[in-house]
Design a protein around this ligand. Structure first.
Ligand code: CAA
Length: 247
């Protein structure tokens, strides 16, 4: 039986590439989507089915614990227990701090950080009971180094790796690994929203002088989801064209 992978934010730019990668590696893939985006999700599913890629889709607002619980229960009933969880759902509400409203702060913290608790909590017991699991949290270079206009996003994304390191220790003996991937600037709808002038300025600071592709992130997700990645846990991997280097 194929293992089941849930990709939250699965119909987004990076999420879609991750779905494709995991499917190519033999997983049964479920793309989670934000309930108001049902139409887009159905169109996404149909487009991929027409191209020969069968994906399941599952509705759930990951900023809510109850909604996340319902989403995972639905997946378990329709597809099976989740063996691989990719926490990829995320949003931006960029504002300089002095212009940031509580709503901007809260939207980003609940969607990008609370979601890690909300969704992971639903699947972790099953993974430890079965003695195998892979949890990968998609963070950001801006969680590692901070970014002008992103106090909310940088805080949430830095928090994601703290979550990774703590949970990795708790489940290490049970065959479950927990890792973080920190992409740099990847060409998706999210980065398209950055003003062109600001974007060009950012690209000029990237050693590779270009943005990354979603597939360049998905490749690493595939590797970390593999059986052979069993000894890698609590780690953070950068996919950023050299924009930020650390060890
Ligand atoms: N460093 C220092 N000063 C800067 C600056 C920077 N990077 N950028 C702007 N400023 C200065 C301006 O020169 C201006 O100065 P003056 O007031 O002296 O003229 C001032 O800051 C502008 O401040 P405002 O509050 O008016 O800012 P704004 O409304 O013009 O723009 C912003 C704010 C929309 C957040 C804009 O800075 C921006 O888009 N920044 C980029 C944010 C970004 O990189 N987002 C990434 C989104 S993609 C993503 O998040 C994916 C991922 O993981 C990488």
């Amino acid at each position: 039986m194929a293992r089941v992978a849930l990709v939250t934010g699965g119909i987004g730019g990076i999420g879609t590439a991750i779905c494709m990668e995991l499917q190519a590696r033999g997983f049964k893939v479920v793309a989670g989507y934000y309930p108001p985006e049902q139409e887009q999700a159905e169109a996404w599913q149909k487009k991929h089915a027409d191209e020969g890629h069968e994906f399941e889709i599952a509705s759930g607002d990951v900023s809510s614990f109850e909604e996340s619980q319902k989403m995972v229960q639905d997946i378990e009933a329709r597809v099976g227990p989740v063996d691989v969880l990719i926490n990829c759902a995320g949003i931006t509400r960029d504002k300089t701090f002095r212009k940031m409203e509580p709503s901007h702060w809260k939207a980003v913290m609940t969607t990008n950080l609370d979601s890690l608790f909300n969704v992971t909590r639903q699947v972790v017991d099953g993974m430890t009971e079965r003695g195998w699991g892979r949890i990968i949290n998609i963070s950001s270079v801006n969680g590692q180094r901070g970014q002008f206009g992103q106090t909310n996003y940088s805080a949430a994304k830095a928090g994601a790796h703290g979550f990774t390191m703590a949970l990795a220790q708790e489940v290490a003996r049970k065959g479950v690994t927990v890792n973080t991937i920190s992409p740099g600037y990847i060409a998706t709808e999210m980065t398209e929203a950055i003003a062109e002038e600001v974007k060009q300025q950012i690209i000029s600071t990237i050693p590779m002088s270009r943005m990354g592709t979603p597939d360049e992130v998905a490749y690493l997700v595939g590797i970390l989801s593999d059986d052979r990645a069993a000894y890698i846990t609590g780690a953070n991997y950068e996919v950023n064209g050299g924009l930020f280097m650390s060890f």
